[in-house]
Design a protein around this ligand. Sequence first.
Ligand code: IMP
Length: 200
Amino acid sequence: MARRALVAATSNPGKLEEFRTLLADLPLRVVSLEGLDPVRFPEEGSDYAANALAKAQAVADQLGQWAVADDSGLEVSALGGAPGPLSARFGGAGLDDAGRVAHLLRTLEEQGAQDWSGRFVCVASLVRPGLDPLMVHGECPGRIVTPARGRAGFGYDPIFMPEGFDATMAELPPGEKDRISHRGRAFARLREALSIEMSV
Ligand code: IMP
């Protein structure tokens, strides 16, 4: 039987790869937006749940397919929880992942912040036309470290050391990030909710 397509409402290749691994056990085929009709996404605000739902809803409404999205971010205690939902744009729109990492380290150093603790947060939304959306949440506590270390993952992974580990997220062995990360935890809940409904 053909597996149902689930469109990943993201243009972030790192997230797409994690969505695929995290949903691999389900009878679904996670497909990217590439090659599909272009989708108009609403402007993102500063509310994870509203952003995640809006992204998945935009795909489901415009393409008539099941869609999954997450909105996630890094919350740093010394910055009052910033950059949070604005993590992808921290330091300005022109920066790449390495530029945002450098900007965050510079900000903490310039502030003379003593406490570099923080957490990753993820809210994921799965929207199926005609059904209630599924919404799940996951967090991963840890701290910011310098210098950046490791090559796996994406975003702020090379400067984030999860609680209980002596390695950055980007240094963890394959599979470990998915087990302990904010996204891994949120998607475990999503898998549970979906498996119950799909009797997997
Ligand atoms: P958005 O959810 O597309 O608004 O972007 C989330 C941003 O938060 C990403 O672009 C990264 O900068 C950061 N982020 C979210 N999840 C992760 C992660 O798992 N590792 C590292 N950075 C992350």
